[in-house]
Ligand binder design. Structure first.
Ligand SMILES: C=CC1=C(C)c2cc3[nH]c(cc4nc(cc5[nH]c(cc1n2)c(C)c5CCC(=O)O)C(CCC(=O)O)=C4C)c(C)c3C=C
Ligand SMILES: [Fe+2]
Ligand SMILES: [Fe+2]
Length: 326
């Protein structure tokens, strides 16, 4: 019998084009979300509109241009490829009983609400929202819960929508990362250090109860243990901070500069907070931070890609889907 289940893979969102106007539109929506920036609106409005939006889009558009593909932003292109692959594998394995798989973005045109509405019009009545954030943070997955609440608020007969909160310590996630690292080592040799660079969040969020940091440490520890690494061979750091407040430390760029200066010759960097490669990995980690490390004395720098649309990623997500609808 044809399935009435649907899976919505959710990613952050990305500008439509790599120009300042599109980046400004994206940043305006994203950075106005109270989950992302918790500063009171009266204080935040003049900073966002007076300091960030007049200047940042031009600089960030330039960074997007350096990673842009013919099909568009890598985040969107790869998220869509992953969606198609997951659909194909689930259909191969389950035939007509396979759920429909689509994707949506927290910020931008292709919203979760629009996708739910479309799927309902196609006969779906059970939904799994699957945020592509391995570690839970109120700044990312929390915002998906808000959008879920908004959808519920506008329905009389509330649709059956479940959310997968996080998968930071799932054995199939850890195994996927371990396999990526081993493949990297087989192809390019092993570096002196393995760095797990996670997207940062303000330290205050963690002090107030956000479990993100603990889940990041859990992911990295499980991978390091699975690889049999000694404590001196690996470390966790946090990247992509914005503004003057203290964020989770150590900061990736500062740590890489310190390692370069301390004669660490080579480093492998992996970013397990990102399911899909994007600006923060392809530009900030693969280009900017490489320059930081090499300029401070380092010799070799390797970036290990995200799981993206790999078989390991499809296996992990299809397991989550099967468990969620069991
Ligand atoms: C207050 C600022 C931010 C918080 C908190 C934050 C958390 C956070 N973000 C991701 C994942 C992604 N972030 C991306 C881009 C991005 N992030 C911020 C700010 C915060 N993120 C900004 C301003 C931007 C845009 C780029 C820039 O202006 O520097 C992206 C990539 C988007 C793309 O188009 O490629 C992702 C993905 C996580 C996982 C996270 C906390 C856990
Ligand atoms: Fe971010
Ligand atoms: Fe960044």
């Amino acid at each position: 019998m044809k399935s009435s289940d649907a899976v919505i893979l959710i990613n952050l969102g990305t500008p439509e084009r790599a120009d300042a106007k599109s980046v400004r539109k994206f940043l305006r929506e994203f950075l106005w979300d109270r989950r992302v920036v918790e500063i009171p609106r009266l204080l935040w409005w003049p900073i966002l509109y007076g300091v960030i939006l007049p200047f940042r889009p031009k600089r960030v558009a330039h960074a997007y241009q350096s990673i842009w593909t013919e099909q568009g932003s890598p985040l969107k292109v790869i998220t869509e490829r992953l969606t198609e692959k997951l659909q194909a594998v689930m259909t191969r394995d389950q035939g007509e009983a396979a759920p429909k798989v689509v994707c949506a973005y927290s910020y931008g045109e292709q919203t979760i609400a629009k996708q739910v509405q479309l799927l309902q019009s196609q006969g779906c009545n059970r939904f799994l929202l699957l945020p592509l954030y391995p570690q839970y943070s109120a700044t990312t997955t929390g915002s998906v819960y808000d959008q879920w609440a908004d959808i519920i608020r506008h329905h009389r007969d509330i649709p059956d929508i479940r959310i997968h909160k996080s998968y930071s310590a799932r054995p199939d996630f850890i195994a996927g990362l371990v396999q990526s690292i081993k493949t990297q080592w087989q192809n390019h040799g092993r570096s002196d250090k393995l760095l797990f660079s996670f997207h940062g969040i303000p330290k205050r969020n963690v002090d107030l109860g956000d479990p993100y940091q603990a889940q990041c440490l859990q992911t990295a520890t499980d991978v390091a243990e699975s690889l049999g690494l000694e404590p001196a061979q690996w470390q966790v750091s946090f990247q992509s901070r914005l503004g003057k407040a203290e964020w989770l430390k150590p900061y990736t760029d500062k740590l890489l500069a310190q390692w370069g200066a301390e004669s660490v010759a080579s480093v492998d960097v992996i970013c397990p907070a990102f399911a899909i490669d994007c600006l923060e990995t392809l530009e900030e980690i693969q280009v900017e931070n490489r320059d930081v490390f090499l300029a401070s004395g380092g010799k070799t720098y390797h970036y290990i890609p995200c799981l993206n649309d790999s078989d390991a990623q499809v296996f992990l997500l299809s397991n989550i889907v099967l468990e969620s609808f069991a």
